[in-house]
Design a protein around this ligand. Structure first.
Ligand code: ZN
Ligand code: ZN
Length: 114
Protein backbone atom coordinates (compact mmCIF):
# COMPACT_ATOMS: atom_id res chain seq x y z
CA UNK A 1 0.00 0.00 0.00
CA UNK A 2 1.52 3.36 -1.01
CA UNK A 3 1.61 6.55 1.03
CA UNK A 4 -1.79 8.21 0.68
CA UNK A 5 -0.29 11.69 0.31
CA UNK A 6 2.63 11.30 -2.07
CA UNK A 7 2.04 7.78 -3.40
CA UNK A 8 5.52 6.51 -2.63
CA UNK A 9 5.72 2.78 -2.15
CA UNK A 10 6.69 1.23 1.12
CA UNK A 11 9.97 -0.60 0.88
CA UNK A 12 10.14 -4.03 2.38
CA UNK A 13 9.97 -3.44 6.09
CA UNK A 14 12.85 -4.73 8.07
CA UNK A 15 12.19 -6.53 11.26
CA UNK A 16 11.07 -4.28 14.03
CA UNK A 17 9.22 -1.00 13.96
CA UNK A 18 8.34 0.46 10.59
CA UNK A 19 8.69 4.25 10.38
CA UNK A 20 5.47 4.31 8.40
CA UNK A 21 2.38 5.25 10.31
CA UNK A 22 -1.12 3.99 9.85
CA UNK A 23 -4.20 6.10 10.01
CA UNK A 24 -7.84 6.14 8.99
CA UNK A 25 -9.04 8.53 6.31
CA UNK A 26 -12.68 8.53 5.21
CA UNK A 27 -13.12 5.11 6.75
CA UNK A 28 -10.18 3.60 4.94
CA UNK A 29 -6.90 2.47 6.35
CA UNK A 30 -4.06 4.55 4.92
CA UNK A 31 -0.30 4.63 5.30
CA UNK A 32 1.83 7.72 5.73
CA UNK A 33 5.47 7.64 4.73
CA UNK A 34 8.18 9.08 7.00
CA UNK A 35 8.80 12.03 4.66
CA UNK A 36 5.19 13.15 4.79
CA UNK A 37 5.10 12.71 8.55
CA UNK A 38 8.05 15.06 8.84
CA UNK A 39 7.03 17.66 6.29
CA UNK A 40 3.36 18.25 6.97
CA UNK A 41 0.73 18.25 9.65
CA UNK A 42 -0.24 14.82 8.43
CA UNK A 43 -2.72 14.05 11.19
CA UNK A 44 -4.96 16.95 10.13
CA UNK A 45 -6.57 14.96 7.31
CA UNK A 46 -7.04 11.81 9.30
CA UNK A 47 -9.86 10.71 11.49
CA UNK A 48 -9.32 11.16 15.18
CA UNK A 49 -10.39 9.05 18.09
CA UNK A 50 -13.66 10.32 19.56
CA UNK A 51 -12.31 9.70 23.03
CA UNK A 52 -8.68 10.78 23.14
CA UNK A 53 -8.39 12.70 19.82
CA UNK A 54 -5.48 10.56 18.74
CA UNK A 55 -4.99 10.01 15.00
CA UNK A 56 -3.35 6.70 15.75
CA UNK A 57 -6.24 4.63 14.44
CA UNK A 58 -6.41 1.42 12.50
CA UNK A 59 -9.28 -0.12 10.61
CA UNK A 60 -9.97 -3.82 10.77
CA UNK A 61 -12.98 -6.09 10.47
CA UNK A 62 -15.09 -3.07 9.63
CA UNK A 63 -14.27 -1.41 12.93
CA UNK A 64 -11.99 1.50 13.65
CA UNK A 65 -9.82 0.98 16.67
CA UNK A 66 -7.76 3.56 18.53
CA UNK A 67 -4.28 2.28 19.22
CA UNK A 68 -3.75 4.78 22.03
CA UNK A 69 -6.82 4.29 24.22
CA UNK A 70 -8.32 1.15 22.69
CA UNK A 71 -11.67 2.69 21.81
CA UNK A 72 -13.41 0.63 19.11
CA UNK A 73 -15.91 2.33 16.87
CA UNK A 74 -18.60 0.05 15.54
CA UNK A 75 -19.40 0.03 11.81
CA UNK A 76 -22.83 1.63 12.33
CA UNK A 77 -21.33 4.68 13.96
CA UNK A 78 -18.84 5.06 11.13
CA UNK A 79 -21.64 5.97 8.74
CA UNK A 80 -21.98 9.29 10.52
CA UNK A 81 -19.13 11.72 10.00
CA UNK A 82 -17.64 12.04 13.44
CA UNK A 83 -16.71 15.50 14.54
CA UNK A 84 -16.10 15.93 18.20
CA UNK A 85 -17.30 13.52 20.87
CA UNK A 86 -19.68 10.94 19.46
CA UNK A 87 -23.02 10.93 21.29
CA UNK A 88 -23.83 7.53 19.75
CA UNK A 89 -20.93 6.01 21.64
CA UNK A 90 -23.17 5.42 24.64
CA UNK A 91 -26.22 3.65 23.30
CA UNK A 92 -29.35 4.41 25.31
CA UNK A 93 -31.94 1.82 26.28
CA UNK A 94 -34.18 0.91 23.38
CA UNK A 95 -37.40 2.89 23.61
CA UNK A 96 -39.31 0.81 21.12
CA UNK A 97 -42.28 0.11 23.37
CA UNK A 98 -42.78 3.77 24.19
CA UNK A 99 -42.31 4.78 20.59
CA UNK A 100 -44.81 2.21 19.31
CA UNK A 101 -47.25 3.47 21.91
CA UNK A 102 -46.92 7.06 20.77
CA UNK A 103 -47.19 6.10 17.12
CA UNK A 104 -50.31 4.11 17.91
CA UNK A 105 -51.93 7.06 19.66
CA UNK A 106 -50.97 9.41 16.84
CA UNK A 107 -52.50 7.05 14.32
CA UNK A 108 -55.69 6.85 16.31
CA UNK A 109 -55.94 10.62 16.26
CA UNK A 110 -55.23 10.72 12.53
CA UNK A 111 -57.77 8.04 11.75
CA UNK A 112 -60.45 10.13 13.30
CA UNK A 113 -61.40 8.82 16.70
CA UNK A 114 -63.57 11.72 17.57
ZN1 ZN B 1 4.33 10.30 1.62
ZN1 ZN C 1 -8.32 6.97 21.57
Amino acid sequence: MPCYRCGVRQTDPERGQSPWRRGVLRDRLVLICPACQASTDWTADLEHCAQCRSAHLIRRLGQVECLDCGLVREPEASLVPARGPDPAASVPEPADATLADEVGRALERLLGRR
